[in-house]
Design a protein around this ligand. Structure first.
Ligand SMILES: [Zn+2]
Length: 276
């Protein structure tokens, strides 16, 4: 569920609180479902302890903690993961899976109801994030870059927007919202968009993500920011989870279809199948 705006909000919250701190202890909650990729919990804890957090960046939906000694902790929140900064004395979260104690008496806590989130320690983050497509909010992401990323794919545009190797950071909420803003039907083949539609989609993706960032992300279910607070963008969506309600633009009824296994919301009048 957390997509680019949610993960970036968490990054901005945590950055001033954890950068420069040293990890003094690591606790992993024992569980049948693995949390750590590529190492045992004990080895993971041993490698983390004593390292200083030197930076915190984001790539797509991944958070990357840059640690002293050229090691990087990659956090993938997936469906319901959250990364919280708390005082050590604060009550434990439900579904707590890992706690990193910091040298100022605070903790970085990873909680996850569905247990799909993963942590991984790597020497080179490119191992994990190197396969991702372009970052849609970077200056280098032009309309031409969007066309290069998606324009040769025959799959429905919605499915291509969800593919992190094509474009990084979009998930179900912002793919639906961007296609509505661009007036493009989600089932249109990606390689079939006109120049004008490609330009509209490029503008819409960036605007939708920036608006969501300003609203500190969308909390439809479990998402909370780095301090445990909900975002506000769920009150500003135009089609996502508005099935059966009136389109704000034209008054037609918002519809929902399944597309690549995901619920997909759109306005049949603003986003006609034959294009506009
Ligand atoms: Zn409409």
């Amino acid at each position: 569920m957390p997509e680019l705006p949610e993960v970036e909000t968490i990054r901005c919250d945590l950055y001033p609180r954890v950068c420069g701190r040293t990890i003094t202890a690591v606790r992993i909650t024992p569980d049948k479902v693995p949390l750590i990729d590529g190492a045992s919990p004990a080895a993971f804890a041993r490698r983390l302890k004593g390292r200083r957090i030197e930076g915190l960046s984001r790539r797509g939906k991944y958070l990357i903690l840059h640690l002293s000694g050229d090691l990087h902790l990659i956090v993938h929140l997936r469906m319901t993961g959250s990364l919280l900064h708390r005082d050590a004395a604060a009550p434990a979260e439900r579904y707590l899976r890992a706690v990193l104690s910091l040298d100022d008496g605070t903790e970085l806590r990873f909680a996850d109801l569905r247990k799909l989130g993963r942590l991984r320690l790597v020497a080179d983050p490119e191992e994990i994030v190197g396969r991702l497509g372009p970052e849609p909010l970077e200056a280098a992401f032009t309309a031409a870059a969007l066309k290069r990323a998606i324009g040769k794919r025959r799959a429905p545009i919605k499915a291509v927007l969800l593919d992190q190797r094509a474009l990084a950071g979009l998930g179900n909420i912002y793919a639906d919202e961007a296609l509505f803003a661009a007036r493009i039907h989600p089932q249109r083949p990606a390689d079939n968009l006109s120049e004008a539609e490609n330009r509209r989609l490029h503008r819409s993706i960036r605007r939708v993500l920036r608006d969501a960032l300003e609203n500190r992300g969308a909390s439809f279910r479990d998402y909370v920011d780095g301090g445990g607070r909900e975002g506000r963008h769920q009150f500003h969506v135009k089609v996502f989870r508005r099935t059966g309600r009136a389109c704000y633009v034209c008054g037609a009824t918002i519809e929902r279809i399944r597309l690549s296994g995901r619920g997909t919301h759109f306005c049949p009048r603003c986003q006609p199948q034959e294009g506009n």
